[in-house]
Write a protein that binds this ligand. Structure first.
Ligand code: NAD
Length: 509
């Protein structure tokens, strides 16, 4: 593997075949029961120890993430390190409450006690992307571990070293062996992980791979969480703070060189604000410095894979050929690394690929719209539904939130919801289903068992024979007692139930 920013060799990892993956899953399966037997609080303490070690070795972890992906130190430290630490703490602290046994009312079955119990799945397979090689694998892995599962993690072949470092940190933090195992390799290793009989799968990656993974999981009836691509819209209303909106659009589009699933990938600006917004965007973009992690002045890093550069070229050429105006960038920068100039396109429309397909690169297309209504319609004219943002007067913006087709919405901000560990993260439509982060992320990694306990000593058994003791009339009387409209009807039900009871019973037997 070579570093995207310098072309230097970063390292190499083994490519595990199906047999090797099966061995990892078996080892994880053997380790899991003892881990599940610990209380959530005890597991949480180990998560916090891992957090401590991650914080202690923050620079090393961030440097490796930078070398593997081409990102910049602040991006790695704030996302891969800080947010992963935040998530470890959230899961550790919340797991006891979220996973605790809950008493459920038994309704009219008065001699029963009912509980909802959350149990781990067993071995969870986590398949991850390269863009944040620590955060976007550990956000699911840590939730799975907090919930009592063991994890086999298949990192992206483009950035596998960070996952191996996390495995090392878990050992250093004193975790039992085999709880977090890493299976390096490409898509075939990922497929082997699904085939190896994991009990639950969390996949983060592209829509195309997500579909293939979902098909494989469906064949084996394995529950899946799918965190897929995005094409996040930003709506800029006439009354927005345009300085703030422009800064957020630029940071949202170019942070991590645009390689974030919730990057701002298209902006719709109300007519009266369009030119002023564009002016501010261009001013911001003019100040951006593109360069490697080794240069402290760099604002925008390298693109991790060659495929990203090709997609950028294609989207820009398509848009320009259909009438878009190229206002900044639009071209690759001299090597040795894979750098691309931050690009702004204006006068775009929905006939262009750039407004419908995920770009996943440093490209900001801006479209003029008549009003908020049209912005909303166009924002929803897309198969994805991951994040979104609205800039404008808070009341007006809040009124639009539920009308946007998205799993996440920021009002007068963008991207930063991913920095809040308690906010569920995930999408709708082709952006996938299921959630990481938050209490929902913990529930996602555990299944519910329903438990009913009969209190002995009560002569009240259902179902029981002979059925004629119930008959139609008594059953109807019970329905009337419990659900008859109005008090009178209920009292009538009670009278019928009691009056037809054979002597010596409580009415229902
Ligand atoms: P990808 O789909 O190419 O690869 C993702 C992972 O799947 C890799 O580990 C890969 O080896 C593995 N894989 C490939 N084929 C497989 C198969 N047949 N069976 C099992 N596993 C297989 O995605 P990528 O290029 O690594 O990541 C970029 C994509 O990820 C973008 O679309 C981006 O939007 C998305 N993403 C989504 C989120 C989110 O939270 N929704 C976060 C980050 C990235």
């Amino acid at each position: 593997m070579t570093a995207p920013a310098t072309g230097e060799v970063v390292g190499s990892v083994p490519m595990l075949d199906a047999a090797a993956v099966r061995v990892l899953v078996e080892r994880a399966r053997a380790a899991q029961p003892a881990w599940a037997a610990l209380s959530p609080r005890a597991r949480g303490r180990l998560l916090l120890r891992l957090r401590d070690h991650l914080a202690l070795r923050a620079e090393e972890v961030a440097d490796l993430s930078c070398r593997e992906t081409g990102k910049l130190p602040a991006e790695a430290l704030l996302s891969d390190v800080l947010t992963t630490c935040d998530l470890a703490r959230w899961y550790a602290r919340r797991a006891p409450a979220v996973l605790r046994r809950r008493r459920i009312p038994a309704g009219w079955l008065v001699n029963k006690r009912c509980y909802e119990v959350r149990e781990p799945y067993g071995v969870v397979g986590v398949i991850g992307p390269w863009n944040f090689p620590v955060l976007n694998t550990m956000r699911a892995a840590l939730a799975a571990l907090a919930a009592g599962n063991a994890v086999v993690l298949k990192p992206s072949e483009a950035a596998p070293l960070s996952a191996l470092l996390m495995e090392e940190l878990a050992q250093e933090a004193g975790w039992p062996p085999d709880l977090l195992l890493v299976a390096t390799g490409d898509g075939s290793t990922g497929a082997a992980l699904i085939e190896a009989g994991v009990d639950k799968l969390s996949f983060t990656g592209s829509v195309a791979t997500g579909r293939a993974v979902a098909r494989m999981a469906a064949e084996r009836l394995i529950p899946v969480t799918l965190e897929l691509g995005g094409k996040d819209p930003m709506l800029v209303l006439a009354g927005a703070d345009l300085d703030r909106a422009a800064r957020a659009a630029v940071a949202g589009a170019f942070w991590n060189a645009g390689q974030i699933c919730t990057s701002v990938e298209r902006v719709y600006v109300e007519e009266s604000a369009y030119h002023k917004f564009l002016e501010r965007v261009l001013r911001e973009v003019a100040g951006l410095v593109v360069g490697p992690a080794s240069d402290p002045a760099s604002d925008v890093g390298a693109l991790t894979t060659e495929a990203q550069l090709e997609r950028l070229d294609r989207h820009i050429a398509d848009a320009v050929s259909r009438g878009a105006r190229l206002l900044a960038g639009g071209h690759r920068l001299p090597g040795p690394g894979r750098f691309f100039a931050p690009t702004v396109l204006a006068d775009v429309d929905h006939s262009m690929d750039v407004m419908r397909e995920e770009t996943f690169g440093p490209l900001l297309p801006v479209m003029r719209v008549r009003d908020a209504e049209q912005a909303l319609r166009l924002a929803n004219d897309c198969a994805f539904g991951l994040g979104s943002s609205i800039f404008g007067p808070t009341g007006q913006a809040m009124g639009l939130v539920s009308k946007l087709r998205a799993g996440m919405t920021c009002v007068n901000d963008a991207l930063i919801n991913a920095g809040v560990p308690g906010l569920p993260f995930g999408g709708t439509g082709e952006s996938g289903y299921g959630r990481v982060y938050g209490d929902e992320g913990l529930r996602e990694m555990s299944r519910t068992r329903a438990v009913l306990v009969s209190r002995i000593g009560w002569k009240f058994e259902l179902p029981s024979y002979p059925l004629r003791r119930w008959g139609r009339t008594r059953a109807l009387a019970l329905v009337e007692l419990l659900h008859g409209p109005g008090l009178l009807s209920r009292l009538r039900g009670l009278r019928r139930l009691v009056s037809r009871a054979p002597a010596g019973t409580s009415g229902v037997e």
